[in-house]
Design a protein around this ligand. Structure first.
Ligand SMILES: NC(=O)C1=CN([C@@H]2O[C@H](COP(=O)(O)OP(=O)(O)OC[C@H]3O[C@@H](n4cnc5c(N)ncnc54)[C@H](O)[C@@H]3O)[C@@H](O)[C@H]2O)C=CC1
Ligand SMILES: CC(=O)C(=O)O
Ligand SMILES: [Mg+2]
Length: 371
């Protein structure tokens, strides 16, 4: 198969779908790899590093899209990109379709076979291709939130760790999955007073064991959310219902009960966000204010630390990507966890949460592949 890797074009996105190390693995499996010139610049990998790994260098993205059987990316295709996809081609990347009707229309019209990193599953019920970026985003959420809390950035002027004689800042983490765990770890490490709110009691038990009393855990009810949000300096939105639009857990009305200058970091923004007042922002202009509350809603947070993120992402995507390149659609037919990643195939939606969120008919992935 010819595997293509274009340069990412989303705002301040510096990750790359294939590192030179991954290219070597695809080439060792007998595949040709075509990488757009400059695709690895953000991680310090120049065209020569890709050539040394066995890739050919394409002068343009158009050449990559036209000549490749499978496209490996990081972020969801942008309008210019989805127009270049075609039937018979596999797209392997993050998609986040549930809150994105325009992209969904574009992918359906193209006929492409689109495998979303964020809905591939593993045997332990996890999301192995989302997890590494959730680890990064969870950790970054505290850095971003701590910065936004500084007065000059519009925040209330609280140092998360406090100092001897002055109480630390309060952090409420809504959703105690991968993002929530890593955010809580960083916040606790800084010395903040941290609460994690989740609706899974088994998960709250695990977190309680893990942090050994260092963070508080709370079951997710409206009352608990209000109490935690009204007393917090920094609130991290980290809930997920896999593949679906994020539930809106914090209403606009609730903002009036919060401390002026408190900061909301909505990591779940890539699935539409879990605060009613969230809208996606970019690294170029990451925050805005609503009713005195600072919002940070960057949908590609890991793009800010591409050296760490691109390698962590490639570690996770490589084995599934090789399965797709080696066996094409047969890999999807044979492997249920990889098949859970299939969101769109030849003009049909094959993900139930996406179909439900956007009002499409859903075709079971197995029957779509067999058709
Ligand atoms: N903005 C960005 O750059 C990035 C965003 N993300 C996003 O962050 C979000 C979280 O991802 P993960 O932590 O990997 O998911 P996860 O599945 O590991 O954790 C989600 C948690 O939310 C909990 N939850 C669901 N409904 C809830 C409710 N009503 N109240 C409280 N808790 C609830 C679940 O029980 C689970 O523990 C996803 O939308 C993901 O796509 C991830 C990486 C980067
Ligand atoms: C998960 C995601 O949206 C990202 O890494 O950008
Ligand atoms: Mg998006």
């Amino acid at each position: 198969m010819r595997v293509g890797c274009p340069k990412e074009i989303k705002n301040h996105e510096y990750r790359v779908g294939l590192t030179p190390g991954s290219v070597r693995e695809y080439v060792a499996h007998g595949h040709e790899v075509l990488v757009e010139t400059g695709a690895g610049a953000g991680i310090g990998a120049d065209d020569n590093a890709y050539r040394a790994a066995g890739a050919q260098i394409a002068k343009t993205a158009e050449e990559v899209f036209t000549r490749s059987d499978m496209i490996v990316k990081v972020k969801e295709p942008q309008p210019k990109e989805w127009a270049q996809l075609r039937e018979g081609q596999i797209l392997y990347t993050y998609l986040h379709l549930a809150p994105d009707p325009e992209q969904t229309k574009g992918l359906l019209a193209s006929g492409v076979t689109a495998v979303a990193y964020e809905t591939v599953t593993d045997e332990r019920g996890g999301l192995p291709l989302l997890a590494p970026m959730s680890e990064v985003a969870g950790r970054l959420a505290i850095q971003a939130g701590a910065t936004a809390l500084q007065k000059a950035y519009g925040g209330r002027g609280v140092l998360l760790g406090g100092v001897p004689g002055v109480l630390p800042g309060k952090v409420a983490v809504i959703g105690g999955g991968v993002v929530g765990l890593h955010a809580a770890r960083m916040a606790a490490g800084l010395g903040a007073d941290v609460s994690i709110i989740d609706r899974s009691i088994p998960r709250l038990r695990q977190l309680d064991d893990l942090f050994a009393g260092r963070v508080h855990t709370r079951y997710s009810t409206v009352e608990a959310l209000e109490e935690e949000c009204f007393s917090a300096d920094l609130i991290i939105g980290a809930v997920l219902i896999p593949g679906a639009a994020a539930p809106k857990l914090v209403s606009r009305e609730m903002l009036s009960g919060m401390k002026k200058g408190a900061v909301l970091v909505d990591v779940a923004i890539d699935q539409g966000g879990c605060f009613e007042t969230s809208h996606a922002t970019t690294h170029a202009d990451p925050t805005y204010e609503v009713d005195g509350i600072i919002h940070y809603c960057v949908a590609n947070m890991p793009g800010a630390v591409p050296v760490t993120s691109a390698h962590a992402l490639n570690n996770a995507t490589l084995q599934y990507g090789l399965a797709l390149a080696d066996r094409g659609l047969k890999a999807l037919a044979d492997e249920p966890h990889l098949r859970n990643g299939l969101n769109v195939h030849r003009g049909r939606i094959t993900s139930r949460p996406v179909a439900e969120a956007l009002g499409y008919e859903m075709t079971e992935a197995k029957s779509a592949l067999a058709a």
